[in-house]
Ligand binder design. Structure first.
Ligand code: SF4
Ligand code: SF4
Length: 506
């Protein structure tokens, strides 16, 4: 149940602004909650700067508690939950959107490239470049596939709109989002928003390629794409050695494991094992730190309240927003006991055990609560070791991977066809398949031909750079000969596959 203290409320409207179901209005500079709409999600209490909103455990009458996520909305009759997915209809929670079959959505998704054109006849690796671009591309090669005449047009294309999105599987803090990434003392990129279990860097891009460090930027993109080791330094952060397909080295230490999930997910996966390991378990994580006794997974497996409070800010029961640092789980916690802010001896009992670990299970510490309510370090128990080993064994090895991203929407299309707009349209309509060194490219929506490709699938050494400066990428377009003719392709330059005779090393 949500209550607003009229005395404390200043009418700032933060609760009204952020309430996901528009249940708050402001009257005479005081917030009022519509009880027929409010789902007790607690958002208003989290954003109120005056602490004017209180949440108690009483369930409002005629509501149904949703158990589909940790928010546990109490949904009134006729209202929807905070995510707007569940409706309380006469005491039953119903999904507000019907589940859809693939057939219902496939027109919006559009066609996939036909099987005959999914792979190129030849790759562009070693093809060379025709200059100026309006000359036919250096390789235009045909083949008959299951009765369909197919053509692949290949060029090693210089692309100044090009960059590398580097994925580094680690929960170790390497630098702030937006921080500059350097080779030596020169900037080549920036830290991007992180992904699940991975830090992301963006290296290059047209503005850095045309800037004062352009040659170094071009060389760095090319070295990463060719899977060579590259040394990077993040401003205000770590020194890294990255090589696609290998574990990252951070501040001189190789990283072995990526986390199994956030602290909450770790509890969700291993709750039965963790319940056996200790009375209370805390999984430190920079995103969400988990506390077993408060978490829905702990309740589910029968863990009792422990009276342990944590220093981090609470998100939902048993889930706390972490922070960033060089400590356990990528947080600032260097000494694991410091995550505990208090132990309420009205709830806790002397002798109770607390296991603190992180999402890779690599570090673990066991504490026993003494008569005064202090957590005293003790040796790791066998059950504790078993739980840590289970977490650690479930982690994937930490790797560096990279997507080469570039735009080939300009004059690079002229070597393919006299009407470049027709090539762009064919690529977006899946009538022409784009591959890079034979690996499938993902074409971004919208205008132009901007694509991404996993460099781990492309032959080492296939990328080059030129001091224009630009990176040089082996690019192939494959389509039916009929479609190629229709788009104004350089059909006079077509050769059958045998005559092209490219190297085939099996
Ligand atoms: S508890 Fe949630 S639904 Fe209710 S008023 Fe606050 S923000 Fe809105
Ligand atoms: S799934 Fe939606 S309705 Fe259910 S508790 Fe979570 S936010 Fe509320």
């Amino acid at each position: 149940m949500i209550q607003i203290s009229e005395k404390s409320c200043t009418g700032c409207g933060f609760c009204m602004r952020d309430c996901p179901v528009a249940a708050v209005t402001i009257h005479r500079k005081k917030a009022q909650i519509d009880t027929e709409t409010c789902v007790s999600c607690g958002v208003c209490s989290r954003v109120c700067p005056e602490g004017a909103v209180s949440v108690d455990a009483n369930r409002p009458a005629d509501t149904v508690e949703c158990e589909a996520c940790p928010i546990k909305c109490q949904v009134p009759q006729g209202a929807v939950g905070a995510c707007r997915r569940y409706l309380n209809e006469n005491g039953h929670l119903l999904r507000t959107t019907a589940q859809l079959a693939y057939a219902a959505v496939k027109d919006e998704i559009g066609p996939l490239p036909a099987r005959e054109i999914q792979t190129p006849v030849i790759t562009a690796i070693g093809a060379g470049t025709s200059y100026p671009c309006c000359k036919p591309a250096p390789g235009i090669v045909t083949e008959n596939r299951d009765g369909v005449d197919v053509v692949t047009v290949v060029t090693e294309v210089p692309l100044s709109y090009s960059s590398i999105l580097l994925k580094i599987d680690t929960d170790i803090f390497i630098g702030k989002e937006g921080a500059e990434v350097m080779v030596g003392k020169r900037v080549v990129g920036m830290v991007e928003t992180e992904q699940y279990g991975s830090k992301m860097l963006h290296i290059g891009g047209v503005n850095r390629l045309t800037g004062p460090n352009g040659f170094l930027v071009a060389r760095t993109i090319t070295d990463i794409a060719n899977r060579k080791p590259v040394k990077l330094k993040i401003s205000g952060g770590s020194r890294l050695t990255v090589q696609v397909g290998n574990p990252p080295e951070i501040d001189g230490k190789p990283v072995q494991k990526m986390r199994v999930g956030c602290g909450s997910a770790t509890l969700g996966i291993f709750a039965p094992l963790l319940k056996d390991a200790a009375d209370e378990v805390i999984v430190l994580d920079s995103h969400i730190t988990g506390q077993l006794s408060q978490h829905v997974a702990g309740t589910y497996v029968g863990v009792n309240p422990t009276g342990v409070s944590l220093i981090f800010r609470k998100s939902t029961p048993g889930r706390y927003f972490g922070d960033h640092g060089s400590g356990w789980g990528g947080t600032s916690i260097i000494d694991p006991v410091t995550i505990i802010s208090a132990i309420d001896m009205n709830v806790a009992r002397p002798g109770m055990t607390i296991l603190v670990t992180e999402t890779t299970g690599e570090k673990g510490a066991m504490f026993r609560v003494d008569n005064t309510g202090a957590p005293v370090p003790v040796s790791m128990t066998d059950k504790g070791k078993k739980a840590l080993a289970a977490i650690s064994d479930a982690c994937e090895p930490s790797l560096v991977s990279a997507m080469y991203t570039a735009g080939s929407g300009g004059s690079a299309r002229a070597g393919v066809t006299r009407y470049p707009i027709k090539l762009t349209r064919a690529v977006h309509a899946s009538k022409a398949a784009l591959t890079v060194g034979g690996a499938p490219g993902f074409v971004m929506p919208g205008g132009g031909i901007s694509f991404m490709v996993d460099v781990g699938k492309i032959r080492k050494g296939a990328f080059y750079w030129t001091p224009t400066p630009a990176t040089i990428c082996p690019l192939e377009y494959t389509m039916t000969v009929d479609d190629y003719r229709e788009m104004g392709g350089h059909v006079e330059a077509m050769k059958p596959f045998d005559a092209a005779d490219p190297e085939d090393d099996g």
